[in-house]
Design a protein around this ligand. Structure first.
Ligand code: MLT
Length: 409
């Protein structure tokens, strides 16, 4: 008899976004007349077409694959040098990283989950609350937690509350932890972390010999020049942090799939005998065994994001989505709701009207306003009483969402 991985049985219900999808399908089946005017501001999925520079590069790459002289088969598992160099030159210029520290992948969701392959059991793991659910669920799947309590908090994880009081940047844990997940600009709260706040985390990690898994998937949306774009802008981070980045939200690659992890040579972990081992060498080994690289046309498309035309087209996309975020912030503020985020991130995090839980708010928005939002409690117990509105949409839809918010709240 084949035994299953029992850890999967500890997972709470469905993954958040498919669960929302199920509820929305049930609603549209019951209300077919409302399906056409439903506006989805739930999952943070881009809506605008791929930049022209990206499309041109991908077309060209496909044509190369159609010609015997320029055809390519398996690529390097860690990514083509042209893209690793472009990433290092554009994102990490003047920072202590080189192209050899960049590992190209099919996106940050996979990377943040897969990274657990190289860490052993018994690590004390800290996550923020609310949190991007992938960090928690992948730790559950691999057996790093016990069961969940009635609030959905898993035994064995250290939860770091992110609240309006701490501007959604958690205080350092009182206890020693080995691995810390941080995501800034933050999903779901849209908060950003200051240089001093990140410095405190880097100092903590160095002092406690911990590793920070820093998810910077929303870096492109930072508007404030004081906000760090990379953890490696913080002195010492090259000794204790891995950085996850994605082309999903800046270049519109949610369907195309491409991202990367930066892993400096100087980040190490301990083997069971206490020997220090380079995390980069383990990840490289893991990648060679389990991955054959992102596809060639996709990597050429990602490279085009760094061309002059690509940069201009990406900034127009960012400007579009951040314009949406500003409108959503304005509408929620006008109604008298407490609004957070949306200034350096494409997510607006809003306190529910008095007396409504996050799922009450989800139902109200769906039934009354015909708009899909994400309930804050879906991201963790500390998200209860909030909802998230994604700014990834057309301008027309966002204006309509603002009107409906004003009408129904
Ligand atoms: C979200 O809505 O939180 C994101 O789209 C999820 C993701 O990027 O995987």
């Amino acid at each position: 008899m084949a035994q299953i991985n029992d850890n999967f049985l500890k997972l709470k219900a469905g993954y958040l976004f498919p669960e929302i999808g199920r509820r929305v399908s049930a609603f549209t089946e019951a209300n077919p007349d409302k399906a056409a005017s439903l506006i989805r501001c739930g999952i943070g999925d881009v809506t605008e077409p791929l930049p022209l520079a990206v499309r041109e590069a991908m077309h060209k790459a496909v044509d190369e694959l159609g010609n015997r002289d320029t055809f390519r088969g398996y690529g390097p598992e860690q990514g083509y040098d042209f893209l690793r160099n472009a990433v290092a030159d554009n994102f990490y210029q003047d920072l202590p990283l080189t192209a050899a520290d960049i590992f190209i992948s099919d996106g940050s969701k996979c990377d943040t989950g897969n990274i657990l392959d190289i860490f052993g059991p018994g690590n004390k793991i800290a996550v923020t609350d609310p949190v991007y659910p992938v960090y928690v669920d992948t730790n559950v799947m691999i057996g790093n937690t016990g069961e969940a309590d009635e609030d959905g908090r898993y035994e064995g994880l250290v939860y770091l509350p992110c609240t309006a009081e701490n501007n959604f940047v958690p205080a350092l844990p009182a206890e020693k932890v080995d691995i810390i997940y941080l995501c800034y600009p933050n999903n779901p709260t849209g908060a950003s972390a200051t240089r001093d706040q990140l410095k405190a985390w880097v100092d903590y990690a160095i002092e406690n010999d911990s590793i920070i898994l820093y998810d910077a998937a929303y870096e492109a949306f930072i508007q404030d020049s004081e906000v760090p774009r990379s953890i490696y802008e913080i002195e010492g981070a090259e000794k204790c942090a891995l950085e996850f980045r994605s082309f999903s939200k800046n270049g519109g690659f949610t369907g195309v799939r491409c991202g990367f992890i930066a892993i400096p040579e100087t980040v190490t972990g301990a083997s069971s005998t206490g020997e220090r081992i380079s995390i980069k060498s383990l990840w490289s080994r893991r990648t060679s065994t389990k991955f054959n690289g992102a596809s060639y046309p996709v990597q050429r498309g990602a490279e085009a994001i760094f061309s002059e035309a690509g940069k201009a087209q990406v900034s127009a996309l960012v400007e579009h989505y951040m314009g949406n975020a500003a409108l959503l912030r304005e509408a929620c503020t006008e109604i008298g709701l407490s609004v957070f985020g949306g200034e350096n991130a494409p997510y607006v995090w809003v306190a529910c009207p008095e007396g409504l839980t996050s799922w009450d708010m989800f139902d109200k928005m769906l039934n009354d306003a015909n708009v899909v939002i994400t309930p804050g409690s879906g991201f963790g117990a500390a998200g209860e009483g909030y909802f998230r509105i994604s700014a990834f949409n057309s301008r027309e839809n966002v204006i309509e969402v603002c009107n409906r918010l004003k009408k129904h709240l």
